[in-house]
Design a protein around this ligand. Structure first.
Ligand SMILES: *Cc1c(COP(=O)(O)O)cnc(C)c1O
Length: 468
């Protein structure tokens, strides 16, 4: 039964949202060139663009803001942050940063040189970019099931240990400065990694003398999947599983905008104290003094409290079941989604949903437009707009395998009723999919084109007056 678990919190403060009129939505779309990144958030009713930095803080976190100590050095909130990092993750050397990509920047600018290789299940885009900017190679080695949207597997985020071993055997040790693993696998649909896989990967890294770092953004959601799905893990508490995971690693990068339940923050942790000392010099140059790292004292406090709160089993049970039920409802409606549903988002297969729109007319972007037009809902295209490109030799358009719409669920922000409404909007689209029009891209920037691209709708039956 979808949507059976109620929210394990009650509402103390409300933030009004409203559905713009049909006319206003139409004007917003036109003005934005059918790119939802260019629609002001206030004109969005239900915003499922991302789960990053969009969490609702608890009364305990808001109270913590008032306890912010804005001293330049050694603020009390730094010590609370330190206690959370050492007690939860077991790392005694770390630096706070203002968001995850700065942890990546610091780590890779220190360790990666040209032609070096960094394996991962799937590199997140900022991770990949921070490796490639040093002319390193970011290699994705997720198991084959993780690349097949139809495959059922409880841990589709697992890394392919055979391929890792081959890579380690065929590459001189000096060319692999570190190995990464992303929990949960964001670029692979938020799929979890099993404890057994983490342990085996960690042992492989140790065998070859390669430091093992975890991209920890959704560590608590991943630990919950382990507790629920992995044989022999049911009796352990979430903090126990988390500690067991990180005891296997040499360090981690963390964006507290995800499982830190904060709107800003992150950290880089390591067992290598010399490395952290080196990194502190660079931190001072680009972020700030090592006891605040680009954050206000109050932000440090919000993260310190969020890291503990996110491990609450009742919160996690609701979180994962809410996202799961959201996907289940869509599946019931016959809307093609990627199965099984991951921890933080539902992905719709737009090529199959809108089969009348060819890939050259951006079916996933067309669905994003239809969701906003139909109900003021904002999702994000993960398909031909984001990943398509012109072949530099033939000049032909190259499209990715999948055209997906990601509906990411912010933490503790929307109720089941809100998500039910999104399903209702999708149901209307499902009933008359051919009303959704394909798009022509009329402007694209040379890099990261999805943020600024502009489109025009393709009218069917050119010159015959009004669209339906
Ligand atoms: C969000 C994210 C990052 C980057 O963190 P920011 O806080 O956005 O800089 C890195 N890795 C993964 C898996 C993420 O989801």
């Amino acid at each position: 039964m979808p949507f059976h678990l109620p929210e394990p919190w009650r509402v103390k403060v409300v933030e009004p949202i409203s559905l713009p009129t049909e006319k206003e939505r139409e004007e917003r779309l036109q003005k934005a060139g059918f790119n939802l990144f260019d629609v002001p958030a206030e004109a969005v009713f239900i915003d499922l663009l991302t789960d990053s930095g969009t969490s609702a803080m608890s009364d305990n976190q808001w109270a913590g803001l008032m306890r912010g100590d804005e001293s330049y050095a050694g603020a009390r909130n730094y010590y609370h942050f330190e206690a959370a990092v050492t007690e939860i993750f077991g790392f005694s050397h770390f630096v706070p940063v203002h968001q995850g990509r700065v942890a990546e920047n610091l780590l890779f600018s220190t360790l990666v040189q040209p032609d070096m290789i960094v394996p991962n299940n799937n590199h997140f885009d900022t991770t990949r970019a921070n490796i490639e900017i040093h002319r390193g190679l970011a290699v994705d080695l997720v198991i084959p099931e993780g690349r097949d949207p139809a495959a059922e597997h409880p841990f589709k985020g697992n890394i392919d240990l055979e391929r890792v071993r081959r890579l380690f055997e065929e590459t001189p040790r000096s060319r692999i400065p570190l190995a990464m693993l992303t929990l949960t696998n964001n670029s692979g649909g938020g799929q979890p990694v099993s404890l057994a896989n983490i342990r085996a990967y960690s042992e492989l890294c140790r065998e070859f003398g390669i430091p093992f770092y975890i991209d920890a953004c959704r560590f608590a959601e991943n630990a919950f999947f382990i507790q629920q799905r992995e044989p022999g893990q049911q009796e352990k508490s979430i903090p126990q599983i988390v500690r067991e995971i990180f005891d296997l690693a040499d360090g981690c990068t963390m964006s507290a905008k995800k499982d830190g339940l904060a709107n800003m923050g992150g950290f880089l942790a390591s067992r290598d104290d010399e490395l952290i000392e080196t990194i502190k010099q660079r931190l001072i140059l680009i972020e700030g003094f090592p006891t605040y790292g680009g954050l206000a004292g109050r932000d440090l406090e919000a993260v310190a409290r969020g890291l503990w709160e996110v491990m609450d089993p009742e919160y996690l049970r609701f979180r994962v079941s809410q996202v799961g039920a959201f996907g289940e409802r869509m599946a019931e409606l016959g809307i093609p989604i990627i199965q099984p549903v991951g921890g933080h988002a539902v992905y719709i297969d737009a090529r199959s949903f809108l089969s009348h729109i060819p890939q050259s007319e951006f079916p996933a972007q067309a669905l994003v437009v239809a969701l906003y037009r139909g109900g003021g809902v904002r999702g994000v295209e993960v398909g031909s707009v984001m990943f398509g490109r012109k072949d530099p030799e033939t000049g032909e358009d190259v499209y990715p395998e999948l055209d997906l719409v990601r509906l990411a669920v912010p933490r503790r922000v929307y109720t089941n009723t809100h998500l039910r409404y999104v399903c209702d909007v999708l149901e209307v689209i499902r009933d008359e999919p051919e009303r959704v029009k394909g798009l022509n891209m009329v402007y694209e920037a040379p890099v990261l084109r999805h943020f600024t691209a502009r489109f025009e709708e393709i009218e069917v039956g050119v010159g015959v007056g009004q669209p339906s």
